[in-house]
Unconditional design. Structure first.
Length: 79
């Protein structure tokens, strides 16, 4: 079995992530996503993209600040 590197274009990365090229470049520039420049072309290793996706996964319970407290433990509206 070969351990060859699978290279993705910026377009392919954007399609997989559902983001614009500008957002992808920000991830790269901020060091969140590893990328490689070969001449004028920027490529991302598929493994690096998969690691990035795993690293930005939202932990359960971390978004509670985004919705109002209903006062009940299960979040159900008590009427």
């Amino acid at each position: 079995m070969s351990d060859s590197i699978v290279w993705l274009s910026t377009k392919e990365c954007c399609e997989r992530l559902g983001v614009t090229v500008r957002t992808l470049y920000r991830f790269i520039d901020e060091g969140q996503l590893a990328a490689y420049q070969m001449g004028r072309v920027i490529r991302v290793q598929e493994g690096d993209l998969l690691e990035f996706i795993a690293s930005v996964r939202i932990a359960p319970g971390s978004l509670a600040h985004l919705y109002p407290d209903t006062g009940s433990p299960d979040g159900a509206d008590v009427g």
